[in-house]
Design a protein around this ligand. Structure first.
Ligand code: HEC
Ligand code: HEC
Length: 353
C-alpha cells in the first residue's frame, strides 16, 4: 500500500518537474529569439539592471519564500522518504514473492491446466497427497503389475526437509517411483529458476504451524512450530483405532505404518518395500530408507535418546548421526510433525524389529 502511494507521488513529482522544465525551456527560447541582434544596440552586459529598491523589495522576498519552501520539501520530504522506504522495500519483496508463487503455481498445476502435473499426483493445488498410477516389476519373477503408488502430501514438505533437501528431491526425483526427475541436472525439463519458483509455491501451501517461538514470524516455516495439535490428535486416534481393531500389535507399530492416504506421516513408505502400493513386505526391511531390522538400529545408535534425536532432526547432508552414520539429507525429520510421545513409541517399536 505504502509502496503504491510513494510510487504515485514520485510519478506526480516527476511529471510536474518535467512539465516545468518544458515550460521554462519554451519561455527561454522565445525570449532568446526576441533578443536576436539586440546586442548591436546595447550589449546584454551593459544593460542597466533593476535598482536597489526593486531588487530588495518584493522580488527578494519572493525568492526567500521559495527558498523556505524548498527547505520544507527537503526537511519533510527526506524523513518521509526515510520512513516509507522500508515499507516500500517490504512491499516490493512481498510483490516479488507473490509473483514467484504465481509462477510456481502454474508449474505445479495439473496437465489439463497447463502445468507439470504435480497437482495431478500430489492431491491437487494444495498438495494434500494422492496416488499415482505406476508399473512395478517383481525383481524375482520379472512380472509387471499396475499399481497405485502413494504420492505423499507436500503441504508438510518443509516440516520434514530443508530447502536444499527439497531441491534435491525435485531435481533428481525418486527414480524408482512415479516421481521423475524435474531438474536439468537430473535429466528433467526445469531450470534452476523454475525449481526455485516451485519451492516458493510449495512454501506458500504449507499447513501453518502452531506455537512458533518468539521472533519467528512466518507460521509457514517457523523452525520451532509444530503441526497443529488437531492433526497430531487425528494421527493419534487413527493409530489407536488400528491397535484396537487388531491391525497392529502396538501404538508404535501403528504409527510406523500409519495408513494415511497422504503417506507423509509414516516411516513404512520408505523403510518397508511395497508399502507405497499396498503390498507391504517384511516391516522395516529397507527400501529407499535403510534396513532397520535385525537389531541394526541398536548398533547404529548407542541408546534410545540418540535415536530419538535423529528421528526428530532427520539426516543432514554430510553430518554424522549415531555411532558411525553419515547422513545424506534424505531421511526426513519428524520433530515438527509428531509429538515426542509418538516418536518415542515409534523408536521403541523400531528398536524391537
Ligand atoms: C506421476 C506422479 C507424480 C508427479 C507428476 C509428481 N510427483 Fe512428486 N512424487 C510422486 C510420488 C509417487 C512420490 C513418492 C515417491 C516415494 O515413494 O518415495 C513423490 C515424491 C515427491 C516429493 C517428496 C515427498 C516426501 O516427503 O518424500 C516431493 C517434494 C514431490 N514429489 C514434489 C513434486 C513436485 C513439485 C512435482 C511437480 C514438478 C511432482 N512432485 C510431480 C509422484 C509424482
Ligand atoms: C522419505 C523417506 C524416509 C522416511 C519417510 C523415513 N526414512 Fe528413515 N531413512 C531414510 C533414508 C534415505 C535413510 C538413510 C540415511 C540417509 O540417507 O541419510 C534413513 C535412515 C534411517 C535410520 C538410520 C538407519 C541406519 O542404520 O543408519 C533410522 C533409524 C530411520 N531411518 C528410521 C525412520 C523412522 C522411525 C521413520 C518414521 C518416523 C523414518 N525413518 C522415515 C528415508 C526415510
Amino acid at each position: 500500500m505504502f509502496a503504491l502511494a510513494t510510487t504515485s507521488i514520485a510519478w506526480l513529482i516527476t511529471a510536474i518537474v518535467l512539465v516545468g522544465w518544458i515550460v521554462y525551456a519554451a519561455l527561454n527560447m522565445r525570449s532568446a529569439r526576441a533578443e536576436i541582434g539586440s546586442e548591436i544596440e546595447l550589449a546584454a552586459n551593459r544593460k542597466p539592471y533593476l535598482d536597489d529598491e526593486e531588487l530588495e523589495g518584493k522580488r527578494l522576498e519572493l525568492v526567500q519564500v521559495l527558498g523556505v519552501l524548498m527547505l520544507i520539501v527537503i526537511v519533510i520530504g527526506l524523513p518521509a522518504y526515510w520512513i516509507f522506504e522500508p515499507a516500500r522495500m517490504a512491499g516490493a519483496e512481498r510483490a516479488q514473492e507473490e509473483l514467484f508463487v504465481d509462477w510456481g503455481s502454474s508449474l505445479f498445476a495439473s496437465t489439463e491446466d497447463g502445468g507439470f502435473n504435480c497437482a495431478g499426483c500430489h492431491g491437487g493445488m494444495n498438495g494434500v497427497g494422492g496416488v499415482a498410477p505406476f508399473n512395478v516389476t517383481d525383481p524375482l519373477t520379472g512380472e509387471v503389475s499396475a499399481v497405485n503408488w502413494i504420492a505423499p502430501a507436500v503441504n508438510t514438505i518443509f516440516y520434514r526437509f530443508d530447502e536444499s533437501e527439497v531441491r534435491f528431491i525435485l531435481v533428481y526425483g525418486r527414480p524408482f517411483s512415479p516421481m521423475s526427475p524435474w531438474g536439468l541436472e537430473g535429466g528433467g525439463p526445469m531450470n534452476f529458476q523454475q525449481i526455485d519458483t516451485l519451492i516458493t509455491y510449495m512454501r506458500s501451501i504449507q499447513i501453518p504451524r502452531e506455537n512458533c517461538g518468539p521472533g519467528e514470524e512466518d507460521p509457514l516455516t517457523c523452525p520451532t512450530g509444530h503441526l497443529p495439535a488437531s492433526i497430531q490428535g487425528d494421527i493419534d486416534t487413527l493409530a489407536r483405532q488400528a491397535v484396537a481393531d487388531g491391525t497392529y500389535a502396538s501404538y508404535g507399530e501403528a504409527l510406523y505404518n500409519l495408513d494415511l492416504a497422504s503417506g507423509a506421516y509414516s516411516c513404512a513408505r520408505c523403510h518397508t518395500q511395497g508399502w507405497s502400493w499396498g503390498e507391504p513386505g517384511v516391516a522395516g526391511q529397507g527400501a529407499f530408507g535403510w534396513n532397520l531390522t535385525g537389531g541394526s538400529t541398536n548398533s547404529t545408535f548407542a541408546n534410545e535418546s540418540d535415536m530419538i534425536n535423529f528421528i526428530k532432526q532427520g539426516s543432514q547432508f554430510g553430518a554424522r548421526y549415531g555411532i558411525q552414520g553419515q547422513g545424506s539429507g534424505r531421511m526426513p525429520g519428524f520433530g515438527n510433525m509428531l509429538t515426542d510421545q509418538q516418536i518415542q513409541a515409534i523408536v521403541e517399536y523400531v528398536r524391537s524389529l
